[in-house]
Design a protein. Sequence first.
Length: 230
Amino acid sequence: MISVKASEVLGTKRKDKVAVITGAGAGMGKAIALYYGREGAKVAVSDLQADTAAETAAAITSEGGQALTVAANVAEEHDVQHLINETLKHFGRVDILVNNAGIMDDFVPAAEVSDELWQRVLAVNTTGPMRTMRKVLPLFTQQGQGVIINIASIGGLQGSRAGLSYTASKHALIGMSKNVAFQYAQLGVRCNVIAPGGVNTSIGEKMQPHPFGIEQAMSGIQGNKRQGGT
C-alpha cells in the first residue's frame, strides 16, 4: 500500500487555485474549505444551507482569503449547474473539486430499507458527485489539469459500517473514483478518494439509529480507538 500525505491528496500548489467544495457549511467540508483558504486558494463554499455556507466563507475572508458562497443541493441537477457556473462567473475557472456533501442512512438494514431512503441517500452520496464530476471534467480536460477529491467512508471499504443505502452509495463512489482516475489520467486529471472512519461532526446529532443495524455495525468496530475530529 502506498502512503500518501493528506496535504498531497488535497492538492498541491493551492495558491490562487479555485476550489469548489460541497457540504462546506460544517464538519469536514468546513475544515477543508478553511484549509484551502489558508493555503491561498479561492474557495467556492457550497452547502444545502446558505447560512452555514456563508459563515464558512466569512471565516475564510476574515483571514484574508477569497471565498464565494453558493447554496446548492447536489441531488438537484439545476443546483449543480448553478454551482459551477457561478464559480466560473466569479473566479473564471475551476481547478479543484471536493465532493464532500453526504448524508447518513440511520443504519437501516436491507430488510427494512424503503425506496424513499434508498433514493435519497444515493441521490446525494452517489448521483451528486457524478453530476459535479460530469460538469467539471470538460473544464479540466480543456485546461489539461484538474483535481477531484471524493470524500467516501470506511463504509465504502467494509460491509457493515452503516445501513444498506449508505454502504452501497460509498462503495459506488469509490468505484466511480477509480473509473475517473484511470480513464482521465492521461488528460491531466487526478481523482482521489478519502475514506475516513468515524468523525465527530454534527451529522451524528441528527441520526436515529436503527437498533439492529447499529448493533451489527458496532460489533466489529473495536479496532477504531477514537473518532476523528474536525
